[in-house]
Design a protein around this ligand. Structure first.
Ligand code: FES
Length: 442
């Protein structure tokens, strides 16, 4: 009998030992998993970066030109000039207040490729509006040749159309079959797909749209380039492209997404719907990246971008490695540094005056330092000049310059016809020491 007790006792001891081992290893794994999550992410990223770098060097050594300049330059080659009629082919609700719109050209001809990150300019001619309303929306689909373009519009203010809420109109009143005039894709904010280095994408709310285009484009091409997206949202109700992003990150090991909810709602589950509670910040980014030496692309509300721009600069990210979409009158840099995004003419400091004459409206105003651009001056004085991007990129505000000279404090825009100017980014240029005058055909 003794040997039976002995065997049972030994079995019990062995069982307890195995249980203890299992419990210990589970706990260790859990702790290591939690505490080491970021270290693993970092190591993974560093390894991927080294591999990408090695690949690039070996391609250079073997004489392969990876600059891809001609490829990038060839994009947009088939773009059209002026306005082209499109039709709404499909509407897809992404969230309770954001809709994707699929647009096809009325002429049925092929659409040119665009660069991922670029936008469309749309001219809405709507009943009860005395003049067309122009708006710019980022393309939200992959930048490949296709029969349609897709934009995704969030009802930002919830304003009815009578109060100028075009995004409200698009979300609630646009129907399949409606027509709209559209300018060819444009804009300087885009991802150069010929490059191979990892990219960090920072999106706030509906600012995900150009990022979505970049992600889809890189992954559709089968590029192994690493993409890491930090996506800032209030809660799951705002989460545009949630399922698609999750699906892409599962399918592609080179794409990772970290969702940050600042105000998660009851049904939002950490680990399932979002990864971090709080806003996207450099402190968070630092936990995932080994150094500031990356290219950052960001798009979102003004405060989101200006705050992140400042934080990235503070961390040591070179300014030319921060790329952003900046629709609106103030630039990200200007807002973040406190410097004026648009300089005023130096000569006003010396008591020199400049009159701005709006010929069609028969109005003459004195330029003052409070007007950051000629468009501000026009709008502030009831002079109608249409505008879209307000950043010198869509050409919607182009106006004939009848007399005088203008200057562009943030750099000469690419596409201005001779004898015209872009008032959204222009200010009067004065000769030192003498009063001046600018005459616009507006
Ligand atoms: S509003 Fe787009 S260029 Fe002026």
């Amino acid at each position: 009998m003794d040997w039976v007790f002995f065997i049972v006792g030994a079995a019990l001891v062995l069982f307890c030992f195995v249980q203890l081992l299992f419990w210990t290893s589970t706990n260790i794994r859990r702790h290591v998993g939690e505490r080491g999550y970021w270290q693993l992410q970092r190591q993974l990223l560093i390894a991927k970066i080294e591999a990408t770098e090695a690949q690039r060097k070996s391609a250079q050594n073997s004489g392969v030109d990876n600059s891809g300049k001609s490829e990038v330059e060839s994009q947009n080659s088939a773009a059209w000039r002026g306005w082209r009629k499109f039709r709404v082919k499909r509407l897809h609700r992404e969230t309770s207040n954001a809709t994707s719109v699929y647009l096809v050209p009325q002429d049925g001809l092929e659409l040119p490729e665009f660069k991922p990150g670029q936008f469309l300019t749309l001219r809405f001619e709507l009943p009860n509006q005395t003049s067309p309303l122009i708006r710019c929306y980022s393309l939200s689909d992959g930048a490949r040749a296709a029969s349609h373009y897709r934009i995704t519009v969030k009802d930002v203010h919830g304003k009815p159309l009578s109060q100028g809420g075009v995004s409200h109109f698009v979300n609630w009143q646009w129907s399949v079959g409606d027509t709209i005039e559209v300018k060819a894709p444009g804009g300087d904010f885009f991802l150069d797909v010929s490059k191979k280095e990892p990219v960090i994408l920072l999106a706030g709310g509906v600012g995900i749209t150009p990022m979505m285009s970049m992600i889809e484009t890189v992954l559709q091409r089968g590029d192994r380039r690493d993409l890491l997206l930090f996506y800032g949202l209030r809660h799951g109700g705002d989460h545009i492209f949630k399922d698609r992003l999750r699906e892409l990150s599962k399918q592609h090991s080179n794409f990772n997404v970290l969702n940050c909810y600042s105000e998660p709602e009851k049904g939002d589950v950490e680990g399932r719907d979002f990864h971090f509670q709080g806003r996207v910040s450099v402190e968070l980014i630092k936990r995932a990246l080994p150094s500031p030496n990356f290219h950052f692309y960001m798009c979102g509300p003004g405060p989101f971008m200006s705050s992140l721009f400042e934080q990235l600069i503070g961390w040591g990210v070179p300014e030319d490695q921060i790329h952003f979409e900046a629709f609106g009158p103030a630039t990200v840099k200007g807002a973040s540094t406190g410097s004026q995004s648009v300089a005023v003419p130096a000569t006003t400091d010396n008591g020199v005056k400049c009159n701005v004459h709006f010929a069609r409206s028969k109005k003459v105003i004195e330029w003052n330092d409070g007007d950051k651009t000629l468009l501000d001056a026009a709008n502030g004085n009831g002079v109608p000049i249409s505008s879209g991007c307000r950043a010198g990129q869509c050409g919607s505000c182009q106006t004939k310059l009848l007399r005088g000279e203008v200057m562009y404090p943030n750099g000469q825009p690419h596409d201005v016809e001779a004898g015209h100017c872009l008032p959204c980014v222009a200010i009067p240029k004065l000769k030192s020491g003498s009063n001046g005058e600018v005459v616009l055909d507006a």
